[in-house]
Design a protein around this ligand. Sequence first.
Ligand SMILES: Cc1cc2nc3c(=O)[nH]c(=O)nc-3n(C[C@H](O)[C@H](O)[C@H](O)COP(=O)(O)OP(=O)(O)OC[C@H]3O[C@@H](n4cnc5c(N)ncnc54)[C@H](O)[C@@H]3O)c2cc1C
Length: 493
Amino acid sequence: MENKIYDYVIIGTGIGGGTMVKLLAEKGKNIAIIEKGGDKHQDSNYLNKGLKLGLRTTTSIQLGGTSNLWHGVLSFLDPIDFKARSWIKKSGWPIQFEELVPFYRSISQLFGIKDFEYFFTENLPKELKDEIESIPFNREILDNKIFQQPLNVLNFKKIIQRLKSHKDISLFDNTTACRFEIENNKVKSLVIADSEGIKQIQGKKYILCAGTLENPRILLNSGIKNQNIGKYLMDHPMGNLCQVRFRKTQKAQLYSAKKYVPNIAIKSGLTFTTFLQEKEKLPNHCFYLRPSFSKGIDNKSERVKLSLLTFKDGKIKIKDILFVLRNINIALQILIYKLSYNATYKYADLFFVSEQTPNDKSFVKLSDTEVDEYGFPLAEVHWQVSEEDITSIEKCYHVLKEQGFSEEEYEFTHSFNDLDWANNFTSAAHHVGTCRMAENSTDGVVDKNLKSFDVDNLFICDGSVFPTGGNVNNGFTIAALAARLFDYLEIKK
Ligand SMILES: Cc1cc2nc3c(=O)[nH]c(=O)nc-3n(C[C@H](O)[C@H](O)[C@H](O)COP(=O)(O)OP(=O)(O)OC[C@H]3O[C@@H](n4cnc5c(N)ncnc54)[C@H](O)[C@@H]3O)c2cc1C
């Protein structure tokens, strides 16, 4: 065991861990960073026993974690996501939207956001608002949802590499956190392993940020007895629900992606209003009107597009590139999304990024049979999507057709069954749940300050703490939670 006792031991350097390291280092804290990966991407070594994720790679083991793969698209959860909704079991966060807004605002600068207020549709400048309003739909049941994407995408690897020579920072990379040694409800040390063997490291406080799929393994291997560890694994099942043809050609670029300043793209999705969600008892799904240039959607080209989404894992396939080059519609769709190319369009694919509701059949557990190279049981991932979640998507189709898009303006090119949502959705690579925040230990693993209910000096800060996942990419919320945890540990203490 090392003699040194660090102020903080931080496990993992993805969006949760990376944000914590950055904030605590600026405060001059003494930090040990434990990171399983090194400078290059490695796949995670969990065993997938549930649904196929559909994306080639959804997590990255390396310095900076999955921020090496992400696209930096940011948006915040909606106020309704934090509320207990009578029609969604296990819904309700122990904090409310308003409590997180100051942290979304402060951390947005780290990502390069210039106009935080533009996340609220009502604050958009006139020219963008006009564009948003130029597409007709029933605004009593549908709201615009704004996303911003700084094009210089933040990668926490660069931040950690800059900080590692600092005298107060000790980086243990290529080092696996295996389990905590716990005595009298406190972590006494963290057991870590690298090519030289197993050792222990000590800190005053430990912040676990190894991600939704790995945290349960470390906690369960530590013998922590909390029935919620690993439970309610969620994602955003995503895919095309159908396609619409506009009766009049459209040009609103904001519904795909528009560079409103040289380095930031902005786009709008659509969500159902609170009124409609309450009335129809729907989760908070989000969907995009993705411009298309030909009638119909074929699931094969969708799979190729998704494979190209994960290109930063270095496994891009030549046959996918050739497929795109031969398919003008797909090539154009990628161009307008990636390069904010301004086109007129007649069709839009309704691409859903749906809210998955908490489901006790979807979980992460320890393998009974397989261990890692250091002898610790591996994680088994059982991602499952419930029948109710699938049915709710069918309901959306009918609500949109009957109430959202008037026949005078739109024609639906498909019936619900044409696209076979149940067999074609994929993961959005937004793994959340498994160490949920709650009011008490019967319902969760950490409290509203991300402190473990079971171990006094242990905190968890990454996607795993989400009690429900809303419908937006989770990076911004993970970073805001990290900023809030920093405030709790270092400012308000
Ligand atoms: C292709 C792609 C595109 C995406 N685009 C977006 C986007 O545009 N916007 C958005 O918000 N989200 C996006 N996401 C999702 C986003 O990247 C993740 O939700 C986010 O990175 C999760 O952060 P995290 O801190 O929970 O986990 P991670 O970033 O996965 O970090 C976990 C860290 O823990 C380390 N680790 C794991 N096990 C151990 C161990 N035993 N010991 C020590 N270290 C360990 C890992 O190496 C890693 O550094 C995308 C994801 C993918 C795959």
